[in-house]
Design a protein around this ligand. Structure first.
Ligand code: PMP
Length: 418
């Protein structure tokens, strides 16, 4: 009998048997409030009836169309439907399986299109675990450690993480943009930079919303230097932050390449890249794609997901109930133990733990996370020091379920800080 490799870690001991809406049920029949949503994946909740029906129908019709050999309808329909939610200038899309794969594809597209070698990412960013995506990832040591040398041509600039610097957001933005400008004439000469790759909310790196002023600063520099602005919306897309895409919090701003995955297909493996047709035309034909990309069942699930997101007003729900979650978590957390900061955008909310001497406190974060699981509330940790606990409920989460989660969190926090 083969054992599961110890290289995989598991945040909780839960052995899950089935999921329904915002709840998971374990093999002993115990109910868990799932405020992880499978790391922000089950946007429509577990096993939404419309997603289930669409997938079941597709399984019985065509499972694998293989788009580099033949084309299939669910993929074409999904490309068409995405046009309703994508910025109009990003009118060309293709599909892959995972966020990491899509990040790698975006980097290759940017390099082909610009004929430039360097990719600039930001400290604390998470872009995936495959070699190229891992090379852009600095959200924690475990992805990079023991894995050097990573893919060449990656450069990092500071992210305006105001809380950890002990600055105001304005000060952090000013510092990060100045530092970026310095790098564009030193470590990463602007004429050699193909792309800036940024998450609209720093995800695994601590749930720090990217200040709109910083995104605008990047857009302005990208335009000035002919650099492509790549929005990694793997975690922030599909309504998660209370706008359809996270970058829309910087009103009027459009990235050159948008990467989507996770919430796109409610749990089926699917990711996508969007850019203008003009930009996509600069890629080498046949240089992108893959055996399983744009799987027919995943595309059918994505179409149903989009229907549900639109019909059930899930973007608005993430905004309204996300604010309720932030308020609720803040009101029961602030001033308790080593809680230093509570922040969030839509249904991405985090509590950061900091020792009295200002150093990160991962011990309490991990204890609070574990205590929450003991109370039947599933959460995740994050942050470069693993000193944040994050809440990412499915987008269908109601006000009552938010309150249920806040009440459980309050108990967990008092257990962890007793
Ligand atoms: N980019 C971001 C912003 C992510 O949050 C993640 C996953 N946490 C990825 C890329 C990688 O996605 P995947 O795990 O599907 O490869």
């Amino acid at each position: 009998m083969a054992q599961l490799s110890p290289v995989l870690t598991q945040a909780t001991p839960v052995q899950v048997a089935r999921g329904e809406g915002v709840y998971l049920y374990d093999t002993e029949g115990r109910r868990h409030l799932d405020f992880t949503a499978g790391i922000g994946v089950v946007s429509t909740g577990h096993c939404h009836p419309k997603v289930v029906a669409a997938a079941q129908e597709q399984v019985a019709t065509l499972i694998h169309g293989q788009y580099t050999t033949v084309m299939h309808q669910p993929l074409l329909r999904l490309a068409e439907r995405l046009g309703e939610v994508l910025p109009p200038s990003l009118d060309s899309v293709f599909f892959l399986n995972s966020g990491s794969e899509a990040v790698e594809a975006a980097v290759r597209l940017a390099r082909h299109a610009t004929q430039r070698p360097l990719v600039l990412a930001f400290d604390g960013g998470f872009h995936g675990r495959t070699m190229g995506a891992a090379a852009l990832t600095t959200s924690g040591a475990k992805i990079r450690s023991g894995n050097n040398p990573m893919m060449g041509g990656t450069v990092f600039a500071p992210f305006p993480y105001a809380y950890r610097y002990g600055w105001t957001e304005e000060q952090a933005v000013e510092f990060a943009l100045k530092e970026l400008d310095r790098q564009l004439v030193s470590t990463a000469p602007a004429a050699d930079v193909a792309a800036f790759v940024i998450e609209p909310v720093l995800g695994e790196g601590g749930y720090v919303p990217t200040p709109p002023a910083f995104l605008r600063g990047l857009r302005e520099r990208a335009d000035r230097h002919g650099v492509l602005l790549v929005a990694d919306e793997v975690q922030t897309g599909y309504g998660r932050t209370g706008t359809f895409w996270g970058h829309q919090h910087a009103e009027g701003l459009t990235p050159d390449i948008l990467i989507t995955a996770k919430g796109l297909a409610s749990g089926f493996p699917l990711s996508g890249i969007a850019a203008s047709t003009e930009l996509m035309s600069k890629a080498r034909p046949g240089s992108q794609g893959g055996t399983y990309g744009g799987n027919a069942v995943a595309c059918a699930a994505a179409l149903a997901t989009l229907d549900v997101v639109q019909e059930e007003g899930l973007v608005d729900n993430a905004r309204v109930n996300g604010a309720r979650l932030l308020d609720g978590v803040a009101s029961v957390s602030k001033g308790v133990g080593t809680v230093g900061d509570v922040r969030g955008l839509g249904f991405m909310v985090a509590v950061e733990f900091t020792n009295p001497d200002g150093t990160p406190d991962p011990t309490t974060a991990v204890q609070a996370h574990k205590a929450a699981a003991d109370h039947g509330l599933l959460l995740l940790t994050c942050g470069p020091y693993n000193n944040c606990v994050r809440f990412i409920p499915p987008l269908i989460t109601t006000a009552e379920q938010v309150d249920e989660g806040v009440a459980l969190w309050s108990k967990a926090l008092s257990d962890a800080t007793a």
